[in-house]
Design a protein around this ligand. Structure first.
Ligand code: MRU
Length: 355
């Protein structure tokens, strides 16, 4: 049985986050005690990957507000709301951050008007954070099962960035079917794009798949075309940070190029998107806020020697949008969704009303 690394632990009333910037060299869990700790952990990518950011934000919002006092509900709500708004400025693209923070606030608002009992309110917020965590574990497992139904034993599978167990509460989104397949003897050959500039593919995906005993080959991003042309890839699987209502999906920079290549070589391109990552309020990919990060990530971060002239002009978008037309299917925890996405994605939310 695979033993899954969890990036988020809540033990003895303390929230710990695995510092992913130290991987693969060191496995260090950092305690999160203040809103500044959490903001920095998200901004610096100590915790990263859309679902993990959401789960960490939910637990973190509870932890950062549990010492707050309040004369009445409105007083407590005001202070809670300020912390929530502050945390919402940590990163802009992954919608799970806002989804989780809003869900925690909605929980709080559902208690407005009830008899004032601050301990009860905090207990309910803790339960909600735990629930968000557990729902993510279940969603990833379900995506693993649906995803595996699209794959066949022995396939060569290319992935970009890291949408594995450490990008979620457990199992991962697009790597979940690979773990399930491994348990059933599928013998996949996985190719991991290194994923410049921050090397999530090399430092994280190659690390977690190798640790799990999977057959994984690390390639530079500019090698995706040759492995496809060689006939070594039968499916591409990737995660998502925000899917718009029309099926355009933002994911780690470079994903859209992989999708365009996959179309050229007639290889199915599957995007794994829990419903917490689908944003029906964003009409198209053009409406997604793409995070731009510091140039030093491009020109000096990972090597001791200069990688480029110091202070060189850079452009460092952290994500790009894959047009819906390149996505063969969207794997969610509820079902596999096929085009037309503008018609079929809203159906996922039909029973529970608009997202
Ligand atoms: O900048 P990161 O490392 O947070 O980017 C992560 C990705 O792009 C993942 O593919 C995405 O969040 C899906 S994680 C299941």
């Amino acid at each position: 049985m695979t033993s899954f690394v969890s990036p988020i632990k809540y033990e003895e009333e303390t929230l710990y986050l695995l510092d992913q910037t130290l991987l693969p060299g060191q496995e260090v869990y950092e305690p999160i005690r203040t809103k500044e700790d959490l903001w920095e952990a998200i901004y610096k990518l100590k915790v990263r990957g859309a679902p993990a950011i959401g789960v960490a934000a939910a637990w973190g919002l509870y932890v950062c507000t549990r010492e707050l006092q309040g004369a009445d509900f409105e007083d407590f709500f005001q202070q809670f709301h300020e912390v929530k708004e502050y945390l919402a400025t940590s990163r802009p693209t992954a919608v799970n951050l806002f989804w989780a923070l809003n869900r925690m606030e909605d929980k709080l608002l559902s208690m407005r008007g009830a008899a004032w009992d601050l301990e009860h309110i905090k207990q309910q917020l803790k339960e909600e954070a735990k629930c968000i965590y557990e729902e993510d574990v279940a969603a990833c497992h379900a995506m693993g099962t649906y995803g595996l139904s699209l794959l066949k034993p022995g396939m060569g599978i290319l992935t970009h960035c890291n949408a594995g167990t450490i990008a979620t509460a457990k199992y991962g989104t697009c790597l979940a079917p690979l773990y399930l397949g491994q348990e059933q003897g599928y013998d996949f050959k996985v190719f991991a794009d290194e994923t410049r500039p921050l090397l999530q593919g090399a430092r994280l995906t190659a690390w977690e798949l190798d640790k799990a005993g999977m057959d994984v080959t690390l390639i530079c991003d500019n090698m995706a075309s040759i492995v496809m042309k060689n006939g070594w890839i039968q499916a591409v699987v990737v995660g998502c940070d925000r899917m718009a209502a029309n099926g355009d999906g933002a994911n780690k920079i470079g994903t859209s190029g992989v999708a365009i290549l996959a179309r050229e070589y007639n290889i199915p391109f599957y995007m794994f998107v829990p419903t917490s990552t689908i944003d029906l309020n964003t009409p198209t990919g053009a409406d997604i806020h793409i995070e731009e990060r510091k140039g030093e990530e491009v020109y000096k971060m990972w090597y001791e020697k200069p990688m480029a002239p110091d202070g060189i002009k850079t452009y460092n978008p952290a994500f790009d949008v894959t047009d819906a037309k390149y996505i063969t299917a969207v794997v969610t925890e509820k079902s596999i969704v096929y085009p037309p996405y503008d018609v079929n994605l809203p159906k996922l939310f039909a029973e529970q009303g608009p997202a």
